[in-house]
Design a protein around this ligand. Structure first.
Ligand code: FPP
Length: 263
């Protein structure tokens, strides 16, 4: 997309406008992945039940999805529920699933308006049938959209994804000699998607928590102390600006100006 598309949605004269004007649109991350963390702490700070943090986190999801689409990000992946999250109290899990269903139902028009294609990554076949049905509706109705791809990672684990890919390789009879990194990537849930360039984690924790383990090999990591329910467009713009200052080398070295000047 473009600066104009983004500015059309930002109050003129706001700090967000100043941030948006500093973005280099020729150097955007193609794929942004976010570990949304700190909902429980946000609620605890307000003496509210944990689920109120998740509820408030939905507003951040809305803001980030639309900002990413308007910015021109190709793929946005949000970590909503991990394979480990089943260890949480049943009531919290039920609320998370209800919030998710409601989000898809209420936000479908926004996804369509912004040409966003919605997809789920993770072992979605293990989710409750009513959740699967709602997800299917969102996936089907946005399937023809050509803009940003929005992945929700649900019942997702990086290690289980790699195990699932290995199982698929065996099941499809790929010979060991034919299996290389490119071919293996095509067996992951994120087949044909670019790897994340930018991995954002909220609430200050310095962990990757079993998220996109294969795909984040060369991702730039940006951690903010902000708790997820407080995360807004401004924070995403700050993360993109920080990303644009990084020196990405992919294991190589940065060519020195001297070396560049030698013909
Ligand atoms: C981590 O905070 C957050 C989650 C496990 C769930 C995130 C889910 C949502 C924001 C709602 C549904 C999402 C979508 C995409 C519609 P935490 O509970 O671990 O926080 P804590 O570390 O402070 O306890």
């Amino acid at each position: 997309m473009s600066l104009e598309q983004l500015l059309a949605w930002i109050p003129p004269g706001s700090p967000d406008e100043a941030l948006a004007r500093r973005i280099n649109f020729d150097q955007l991350p193609s794929h942004v992945a976010i570990i949304m963390d700190g909902n429980g702490r946000w609620a605890a700070q307000r003496h509210l039940p944990r689920v109120e943090g998740h509820r408030a986190g939905i507003d951040s999801v809305r803001d980030v999805v639309e900002t990413s689409a308007r910015l021109g990000i190709d793929v946005l992946t949000l970590y909503a529920f991990s394979v480990e999250n089943w260890k949480r109290p049943r009531a919290e899990i039920n609320t998370l699933m209800t919030l998710l269903k409601r989000y898809i139902r209420l936000e479908l028009s926004t996804l369509l308006k912004n040409n966003i294609r919605f997809q789920v990554i993770g072992r979605s076949e293990e989710l409750a049938p009513d959740v699967q049905r709602e997800l299917e509706i969102g996936i089907r109705q946005t399937a023809a959209n050509t803009g940003m791809l929005f992945n929700i990672a649900l019942n997702y684990g990086g290690r289980s994804e790699i195990v699932d890919a290995a199982r698929r390789a065996i099941a499809s009879g790929i010979a060991a000699a034919d299996l290389d990194e490119r071919r293996f990537s095509e067996l992951l849930y994120t087949a044909r998607q670019p790897d994340p360039d930018l991995l954002i984690r909220t609430s200050g924790e310095m962990r990757v928590s079993n998220f996109l383990l294969w795909q984040i090999a060369y991702a730039e990591i940006w951690v903010t102390e902000t708790l997820w329910p407080d995360f807004r467009r401004r924070h995403l713009l700050e993360a993109v600006l920080a990303y644009q200052k990084r020196d990405r080398r992919y294991g190589g070295i940065k060519p020195s100006p001297v070396a560049l000047s030698i013909k």
